[in-house]
Design a binder for this molecule. Structure first.
Ligand code: PMP
Length: 454
C-alpha cells in the first residue's frame, strides 16, 4: 500500500539523487511531487507551488498537457517494437527534423538527435574534431568555453563548464578545454571601463588565447547565448558579431548551447536569432519536449555535413551514436510540443509577458538597496543580490543569501532558483505563466529579500 508520502520516506534508502546532499536527503527526505498543471506543482502534502523555474528551465509548454500524454500513448502503441539505431528511421524523426530546420537559424541544415543537453554538446565536440580532422587539420582539438558557463555533466561537458564546483571533486577539467572570460560587465568590468571597452578587452583576450595556443590547435568555441546556471549573464552588445569574425579568421567553429535559451525562452525561437550569433552548430534539449521526454537535438550547417559526407565515403561510418538517438516517442512528443508552442503563440507570449516580468521586477526591486542588477530577456531573468549597491559588492557566499531567499519563497509557495556562485536568483517559468502569477512571483521575491536580507 504505497502512498506518495510513504514512498517519500523510503526514497533515500534506494535513490541516489542528482546534485544533492546525501545526508540532507536522508535527514529530511525528498520533495515528492504528485501532480502538476500549467505553472503549478503539488507535493505529497497537498502544498501548491508556483514553479517559476519550470522544473530545470525546461517545461516551456507548461505542466499537465493531455495532448502530450496522448502522443506518448499513441507513439508507444504504434511503435511498441522500438528500433531506430543506425540506418533505421521513423516518420516522426523526419517530420521533427524538417520542422526544427524551419525554425532554427537559417544557416543550420542538419540535426542529430540524442537524449539530453550534455550528450548534445558531447556530439558537437566530436563533430567539430571530426570535421577538422577530415579537412586535414587533426591538431585542431582544443575547445574554448567561458568562466561561469554551464554545458553539462558528462566528463567532457563538465570540463567545458566554467563553474569550479563541477570540477573540484574530480580530475577535471580535461586538458582539451581552455577557459576564457565570463562576459559579465556588472561583476567583471574594470574601474572606469565602459561596457564597449569591456567587450573589446574580452574579444582581445580571446585573440590572445588563440595566439598563445595556436589556431591550428583549436576546434571550437562554446557559448550559451545567455549564461543560465552561471548567473543569467548576457554579453555586451556587439560581443557575438566580433567573436564570430575572430573565430572565422582562425577556422574555429562557434557552437551556441541553446539548451536553456532555445524554444521560446527569450521571446524568439532561439537566442541566436536575437543576439546575432550565427552559430556553426547549436545544441538544444529541455524545451524541445518541454521535459515530457528526454530528448536533445544538435544542429550543424550543411557545409559541416558535406565534409562529414565526403569523409564517410573515405573512412566509413561517423562512429558516434546513442541507443535512444531519434527515439520515436521522443520525436513524436517533441513535434507535438513544438506545435503547441507555435499554435498557442507561446514565443510571442514569452516576449510580451517577459517584458511585463522585467518591468515589474524593476518597479518593485530596481531601487532596492540589496538588488544590484536585474537582467535577462524574455522569460529568463536574474536578480543580482548585493551587499552594497554603490560599490557593487556581491554577497559573501558563506552568508548563503540566495539560498535563504529561495527557501523563504518556497515556504510561501513560489519556487525560484538560487545561483550561489554569483549571488543571484534565477527565474525561468513555463512560457504559459500568467500575469497574475508574475505579480505574485515578484511580490514574493520582494517579501523574501526584505525578510531575509534587508
Ligand atoms: N547546457 C546548458 C546551458 C544547460 O543548462 C544544461 C542543463 N541544465 C545542459 C547543457 C545539460 O543538459 P542535461 O542536463 O540535459 O544533460
Amino acid at each position: 500500500n504505497d502512498t506518495p508520502k510513504s514512498l517519500a520516506q523510503e526514497d533515500s534508502q534506494y535513490v541516489l539523487h542528482p546534485a544533492s546532499s546525501i545526508t540532507a536527503l536522508l535527514d529530511q527526505g525528498p520533495q515528492m511531487i504528485v501532480s502538476a498543471k500549467g505553472s503549478t506543482i503539488t507535493d505529497a502534502d497537498g502544498n501548491e507551488l508556483l514553479d517559476a523555474v519550470g522544473g530545470l528551465w525546461c517545461v516551456n509548454a507548461g505542466y499537465g498537457r493531455p495532448e502530450l500524454a496522448q502522443v506518448v500513448k499513441e507513439a508507444t502503441e504504434q511503435l511498441a517494437y522500438y528500433h531506430t539505431f543506425s540506418n533505421a528511421s521513423n516518420p516522426w524523426q523526419v517530420q521533427l527534423a524538417k520542422k526544427l530546420l524551419q525554425l532554427a537559424p537559417s544557416n543550420l541544415g542538419k540535426v542529430y538527435f540524442g537524449s539530453g543537453g550534455s550528450d548534445a554538446n558531447d556530439t558537437l565536440v566530436k563533430i567539430a574534431w571530426h570535421y577538422h580532422s577530415l579537412r586535414g587539420k587533426s591538431t585542431k582539438t582544443k575547445v574554448i568555453a567561458r568562466e561561469q558557463a554551464y554545458h553539462g555533466t558528462s566528463i567532457s561537458t563538465a570540463s567545458l563548464t566554467g563553474l569550479g564546483g563541477f570540477h573540484k571533486e574530480y580530475p577535471l577539467p580535461l586538458d582539451f578545454v581552455l577557459h576564457t572570460d565570463c562576459p559579465h560587465f556588472y561583476t567583471r568590468g574594470l574601474e572606469g571601463e565602459t561596457e564597449q571597452q569591456f567587450c573589446d578587452r574580452l574579444i582581445d583576450n580571446v585573440a590572445k588565447l588563440i595566439e598563445k595556443e595556436g589556431a591550428d590547435n583549436i576546434a571550437a568555441f562554446f557559448a550559451e547565448p545567455i549564461h543560465a546556471a552561471g548567473g543569467i549573464i548576457e554579453p555586451p552588445a556587439g560581443y557575438y558579431p566580433k567573436l564570430k569574425t575572430l573565430l572565422k579568421q582562425h577556422d574555429i567553429l562557434l557552437v551556441a548551447d541553446e539548451v536553456v535559451c532555445g524554444y521560446g525562452r527569450l521571446g524568439t525561437w532561439f537566442g541566436s536569432d536575437q543576439l546575432d550569433i550565427e552559430p556553426d552548430m547549436l545544441s538544444t534539449a529541455k524545451g524541445l519536449t518541454s521535459g515530457y521526454f528526454p530528448m536533445s537535438a544538435a544542429f550543424i550547417t550543411d557545409e559541416i555535413f558535406d565534409v562529414l559526407k565526403e569523409g564517410s565515403a573515405k573512412i566509413g561510418a561517423f562512429s558516434h551514436g546513442y541507443t535512444y538517438s531519434g527515439h520515436p516517442v521522443g520525436c513524436a512528443v517533441a513535434l507535438a510540443n513544438l506545435n503547441i508552442i507555435e499554435n498557442e503563440g507561446l514565443v510571442e507570449r514569452a516576449k510580451e509577458n517577459g517584458a511585463y516580468l522585467h518591468a515589474r521586477l524593476l518597479e518593485e526591486l530596481g531601487d532596492h538597496k540589496n538588488v544590484g542588477e536585474i537582467r535577462g530577456r524574455g522569460l529568463l531573468a536574474g536578480v543580482q543580490l548585493v551587499k552594497d549597491k554603490v560599490n557593487k559588492e556581491l554577497p559573501d557566499p558563506a552568508d548563503k543569501w540566495p539560498a535563504k531567499v529561495t527557501a523563504m519563497m518556497r515556504k510561501n509557495g513560489v519556487i525560484v532558483r538560487p545561483l550561489p556562485s554569483v549571488g543571484t536568483l534565477a527565474i525561468s517559468p513555463p512560457l504559459v505563466i500568467t500575469r497574475d502569477e508574475i505579480d505574485r512571483l515578484v511580490s514574493e521575491i520582494k517579501a523574501a529579500i526584505d525578510a531575509e536580507i534587508a
